[in-house]
Write a protein that binds this ligand. Sequence first.
Ligand code: NAD
Length: 492
Amino acid sequence: MGKWHDKSAALQADGRAFIGGERVWAKSGQQFENLSPIDGRTLGMVARCDGVDVDIAVAAARAAFEDRRWAGKSPAQRKRVLIRFADLMQQNVEELALLETLDMGKPIKYSQTVDVGGAANCIRWYGEAIDKIYDEIAPTAASSLALITREPVGVVAAIVPWNYPMLMASWKIAPALAAGNSVVLKPSEKSPLTALRLAELALEAGVPPGVFNVLPGFGAEAGAALALHMDVDCIGFTGSTRVGKQIMQMAGQSNLKRAWTELGGKSANIVCADCPDLDAAVEAAIGSIFFNQGESCNAPSRLFVEESIKDRFLEKALAKVPAYQPGDPLDENTVMGAIVDATQLKTVMGYIEAGHAGGARLLAGGKQSRTDSGGYYIEPTLFDQVDSSMVIAREEIFGPVLSVLSFTDVQDAVRQANATPYGLHAAVWTSDLSKAIQTSRALRAGTVHVNQYDGDDITVPFGGYKQSGNGRDKSLHAFDKYTELKTTWIQI
Ligand code: NAD
């Protein structure tokens, strides 16, 4: 069975909400069952929070903000607490990774590194940053002194998805907490467990009660109540474009809370005939679409290959695909795990049907696998002869399905790449520096990769153009979302 199976057999997950520094059930007493996509086992019951719980949590967050128990601490004091919080995450890496894998199905080897490691690094980085940022003095006339300062916005609601539950949460809570805000976090109903455990670790690290609250529950209930709340100052949302539009409407309908959205994607990966390293391009194209079971907002789901090299490229790509067959997520050798739930499995299989119906040619995969496990698994799937008008080239699939398209010259590739409502990531592979720069400038995307796809770091902004959202997570720019700019004009 192995170490991770033994550990999961002994695991007791606590599904209660975390409000005002305490674990509590929803006031209504309502709960929902949390099932693991690995094998359908139950992970226990989770508090089904609604508007009443949202009112209580927002009031706790507001009280904590108003009495300055956190906002009033010096940046250096907040830094020390956040670094302790990150240390505690690392000390509990196995428990957090196991919860993440059981809850959303990703391989245990990545839960430990990408998810716990990435989230702890994010918390630490914003903690370290906050006491190194200076405010400004405006160059006004000598008769005045004009200070431009940043203040926390107040109560921040963070609503996050299930694909990287801890990482997406940390991209919001780290800059928000570092800047001195109080936070109410709503994790996805599909993956609530790690967020709840993070709140306990934050308290243990010294984040005062009420400053960081976590409300598990459904989008239409707890999520909408947060988005509509008159006493939430700012909402940091990561999720689908469909729900992102509703979030902005609810912000406008209520108190015009600042609404920051990080939404879906349909990223284009353009491989030109003068690609400097075809093997690296193949590895990146295949590895990046199948990483996290294809459930990544920035997955390069549209692969554009220049016609003259397409056959050679596809031959190499097909040789890589078998390595991504789904396996047991609790086995340390597995690189592709389970799809998050039955609904998502059905959605992805529906897109595979649409690929066939639209006339694309299936080159690999296309079926469910490991069906006797009781969980949800889909083979790594590759469609060739896709054109830009097909459903599988237009819509975000959010599963292990790659669409291969072709182009005649790079202008044609850019035109096709930009013909989407999304604008999250894009890539171009070429040996020609000028072509790389011109293509990068022409691509309407928040990040453009050149001759690689997985380059990433907490120091760079992450977010989209167009309907991929309006905000940027990560980097010092994320502080812009969680702070207000104040001018203080002093007459001398
Ligand atoms: P989703 O939009 O269905 O849900 C996201 C969150 O919103 C969940 O917590 C959900 O409960 C909540 N929600 C749902 N309906 C709501 C409502 N009416 N009011 C308030 N909250 C509501 O998305 P998902 O399926 O959880 O996640 C997948 C999506 O997230 C994909 O589109 C993916 O591209 C996107 N994503 C984007 C980024 C990014 O940085 N741009 C990162 C990760 C995921």
